[in-house]
Ligand binder design. Structure first.
Ligand SMILES: [Zn+2]
Length: 273
């Protein structure tokens, strides 16, 4: 079993990966590791996750009270989300929260990543739900996540980001990588104009492999229905611009002619430079 210091080193290392891969901006994101039935290690608030050192990691109890650590650093206020997961899922030993851009885009668009598109995603993260929006740092987020915690190790947070959990820190972090990789590919397939959804027979064969590979955790079965109307609209590049037009109406809108003129000027400049 890893020592407490080894786990702190791993938190620092995973923080570097999260920041380097652009899964968070500025000081965003947070991670925890459950040490035992009474203690967790948590990342500090107000510090870039790419520049942490072991002495910045804080030990808390399962109510979020600080037990030990350098008093200069405080645990993230979003640790409440992590504690809700540990309370509901005794099998979970680590939680990672980040704002990876592709996955978060789906959470902003209101499109759950729940379709059968990639074998690894079907096996490892399953159908990813979106928990309704809640105010960061309050109990609104954990409360709204609650209906999804028992059935999935990966949750998108509406207009916010993503939360992944696992049997250890690496396991939870890898689910974040798989989530973002899947969202990236689905997004690019939408740009290409088609997303082939795998049939239920193939999904069931893939899910059967979980047992063979001794995979732990919870995955919800991916959906084999075609992409929903909201995705079709995005595919046609219609929905977003239509919404914008309705909301902005006549006030301060830039006319299409003005945009064409500006684009023309920029292109001329580029051609002449
Ligand atoms: Zn966040």
């Amino acid at each position: 079993m890893a020592t407490e210091f080894e786990i702190k080193k791993q938190i620092v290392e995973i923080g570097k990966r999260i920041w380097t891969r652009g899964y968070v901006a500025s000081n965003d994101g947070n991670m925890t590791v459950k040490l035992n039935d009474k203690e967790i290690l948590a990342t500090p608030t107000g510090i870039s996750k790419g520049y942490m050192t072991e002495d910045m990691i804080i030990k808390c109890d399962l109510d979020g009270n600080v037990i030990s650590g350098n008093p200069k650093y405080k645990p993230s206020s979003e640790v409440k989300m992590h504690l809700a997961v540990y309370k509901a899922r005794p099998d979970i030993k680590s939680v990672v929260h980040a704002h990876p851009p592709y996955a978060t885009s789906f959470a902003v668009a209101g499109i759950p990543l729940d379709k059968c598109v990639l074998p690894e995603a079907i096996i490892v993260i399953g159908a990813v739900p979106i928990a309704p929006y809640g105010l960061p740092s309050t109990m609104e987020i954990p409360d709204r996540m609650m209906p999804f915690i028992k059935d999935s190790d990966v949750i998108l947070l509406e207009n916010h980001g993503a939360l992944t959990f696992g049997t250890d820190l690496l396991n939870a972090y890898h689910k974040m990588e798989t989530l973002e990789h899947t969202a990236n590919i689905v997004w690019k397939s939408i740009q290409l104009g088609n997303v082939n959804i795998m049939p239920s027979k193939e999904r069931d064969r893939l899910l059967a492999l979980r047992e063979k590979f001794n995979l732990t955790g919870e995955v919800a079965a991916c959906n084999t229905a075609p992409l929903g109307q909201e995705s079709q609209n995005i595919m046609a590049f219609g929905q977003y611009s239509k919404n914008q037009k309705q909301e902005t109406n006549d006030t301060n809108t830039v006319s299409e002619d003005a945009i064409k003129e500006i684009v023309g000027k920029v292109l001329d400049k580029l051609r002449n430079s």
